[in-house]
Structure formats: structure tokens, C-alpha cells
Design a protein around this ligand. Structure first.
Ligand code: NDP
Length: 297
């Protein structure tokens, strides 16, 4: 079997186009422009590239993009003050503080200082609680992107066996919670899981979010399963350069799976598209307007 390629790059482009259409309608009919503020501390070049790319796509979708690039030495009070200002700004509908934060800052305190209805990352404890109890919440972008890809590929997910490898607050746990919400039978695997290959072998849906290059092997995959590779790992090439690979052995697993996401070009582009979708959703909610279909969980 040769798996179908799940083209996250193309799907993300359709999501961004949907967002742009809805944003144009909001402007025309309600004189509203969704606004996204991104806060980045420090001068890590990769994060700066990522934040710039978020800003560009936000603007391309017709939304307002505001970026706060602060020194890594920024104190907690100063950061909390900025968040309070953004919380109170009616032109800002989404706030994202780029993680990880420098070690001297209390990440949980900072995340929970963001107004829950502007928490477009979906990490605020209120959104975690709402999601965990099946109520309307802001949904973290990467798991939301994975869910959209799965729904597009499989339609109704109800009753399917899903194995999520990884239990981080950012990807693994919210992913498992979303799949449970879709009535999958969900197993969350992690570094202490025994017989991981056997656990993965029973899955109709595998989501790998580990951060270990090409860990998931072909003989772990049930024939025909749908494999979503969240991992982004940079490895050395024999030629002396580097390349990106996921957590899944793509070549091997492609021969067994029914469908698989590539790295790059799978989940990554969906994450940014879902950030834009969440900003639009937040803007609609705060203004009591109907949300666009298919852009949230
Ligand atoms: P974390 O490091 O926070 O979590 C990794 C998880 O993997 C942990 O739960 C850990 O288990 C588990 N794990 C580690 N080793 C093993 C093992 N040998 N077997 C089974 N489970 C294991 O990572 P994140 O969730 O933040 O990210 C995961 C990957 O996804 C990374 O490569 C990251 O770069 C990528 N990523 C990609 C995004 C995108 O947009 N494409 C967005 C976010 C992340 P334990 O809890 O027991 O330690």
C-alpha cells in the first residue's frame, strides 16, 4: 500500500482563504477588523522568523497584526502590564505570547493573565477547563489543525481507535481531548508507555507529537491507518547540511498507512492557519456575531 499524502500546505491555504473571505465580510457589514497581537521575548532567530511569518499571513488575511518584540530580560511585571493593555484594547481580539519564555518568567502566570476570550493559543486554564468539560473554548492551534486534517480525510471520526504519542499541554493533551470529543477511543502514550509499538498498532489514527526524529516505525502502523506527524526535528545530512524530519519514519510508514502528513508541509502550515481562524473566531464571539463554519472544533 502507498499512503495518500495529506497536503497540509494546500489545506492551510484554503483555510486562510476562508478566513480572508470572512474578514472581508466583517469589514463590509460590521466595520470590524480582527486584530492579533504577538509578543516575543528575546532574539532567537528561528522564533523571529516564525513571528514575522505569522504577521505576514495575518495581514494577508486582512487582519491587523501587532508585534511586540521585547528583550529577553523583560521583567514579569512589565510583561503582565503589556498583557493587561492588550486585554483592554478593543482593536485586539487575539493575544499570543510566544513560548517558551525566558526562565526567569512564570509561564503559567503569564498565560493565565491573557483574557480567556483573547487566548488564541487556547492555553489559558479557563479554556483548558471548558474544553475538558465539552464546552465552547478557544482550541490550541496545532491540535485544531490536526483535527481539521483528520475530519477532511476521514469524515466522522466516531468509534475510531486513536493513539496520541506525547502528553504536552501544547499538543498531546489537547489533541487527546479533541479526539475524545469526536467520540474516538483515545489512548495517550508517553515516555513511560510500555510496548509502545503494540499500543500504536491498534490505532486507526496515530498522532505523533514527541520531538524524536523518525521514531515511529512502519511495523508499528496498522495497515490503512491515518498518520499525523506533528514532530519537527532538524537532523544532519551526510552532505554536511541539515534537513527537517518528523517523528515518523515517513518513507517506511507511507508503505503501510492509508494516509500520512509530510514534514515539512503537513501540520506546520495548519498551525498558522488555525491561529488566524482562532483570531477571527474570537472577534466574532466578542461581538456576538455568528462564527464561520468549520473553523473551530
Ligand atoms: P514536549 O517535549 O513538550 O512533549 C513531548 C512528549 O513526548 C512528552 O509527553 C514525552 O513524554 C513524550 N515522549 C518523549 N520521548 C518519548 C518516547 N521515547 N516514547 C513515547 N513518548 C515520548 O513536545 P511538544 O508536545 O511541545 O512537541 C512535540 C513535537 O511537535 C516537537 O517536535 C515539536 O517541535 C513539534 N511541534 C510542532 C508544531 C507544529 O506546528 N508543527 C507545534 C508544536 C510542536 P513524557 O511526558 O513522559 O516526558
Amino acid at each position: 500500500m502507498t499512503a495518500d499524502l495529506i497536503d497540509g500546505k494546500a489545506f492551510a491555504a484554503t483555510i486562510r482563504a476562508q478566513v480572508a473571505t470572512h474578514v472581508a465580510r466583517l469589514k463590509e457589514e460590521h466595520d470590524l477588523t480582527p486584530g492579533l497581537a504577538v509578543v516575543l521575548l528575546g532574539d532567537d532567530p528561528a522564533s523571529q522568523v516564525y513571528v514575522r511569518s505569522k504577521g505576514k499571513m495575518t495581514t494577508e488575511a486582512g487582519m491587523t497584526s501587532v508585534q511586540h518584540l521585547l528583550p529577553a530580560t523583560t521583567g514579569q511585571d512589565e510583561l503582565l502590564e503589556l498583557i493587561a493593555t492588550l486585554n483592554a484594547d478593543p482593536a485586539i481580539h487575539g493575544i499570543l505570547v510566544q513560548l517558551p519564555l525566558p526562565a526567569h518568567l512564570d509561564e503559567a502566570l503569564v498565560i493565565n493573565a491573557i483574557a480567556p476570550d483573547k487566548d488564541v493559543d487556547g492555553f489559558h486554564i479557563s479554556n483548558v477547563g471548558l474544553r475538558g468539560t465539552g464546552q465552547r473554548s478557544m482550541v490550541p492551534c496545532t491540535p485544531l489543525g490536526c483535527l481539521m486534517l483528520l475530519r477532511d480525510r476521514l469524515g466522522d471520526l466516531s468509534g475510531l481507535e486513536a493513539v496520541v504519542i506525547g502528553r504536552s499541554n501544547i499538543v498531546g493533551k489537547p489533541m487527546a481531548s479533541l479526539l475524545l470529543g469526536e467520540s474516538c477511543t483515545v489512548t495517550t502514550a508517553h515516555s513511560r508507555t510500555r510496548n509502545l509499538p503494540d499500543v500504536v498498532r491498534r490505532a486507526d489514527i496515530v498522532v505523533a507529537a514527541v520531538g524524536r526524529p523518525e521514531m515511529v516505525q512502519a511495523d508499528w502502523i496498522k495497515p490503512g491507518a491515518t498518520v499525523i506527524d506533528v514532530g519537527v526535528n532538524r537532523i544532519a545530512t551526510p552532505e554536511g547540511g541539515t534537513r527537517l524530519v518528523g517523528d515518523v519514519d515517513f518513507a517506511g510508514c507511507s508503505a503501510v498507512a492509508g494516509a500520512i502528513t509530510p514534514v515539512p508541509g503537513g501540520v506546520g502550515p495548519m498551525t498558522i492557519a488555525c491561529l488566524l481562524a482562532n483570531t477571527l473566531t474570537a472577534c466574532c464571539r466578542v461581538n456576538g456575531l455568528p462564527e464561520p463554519d468549520g473553523l473551530t472544533a
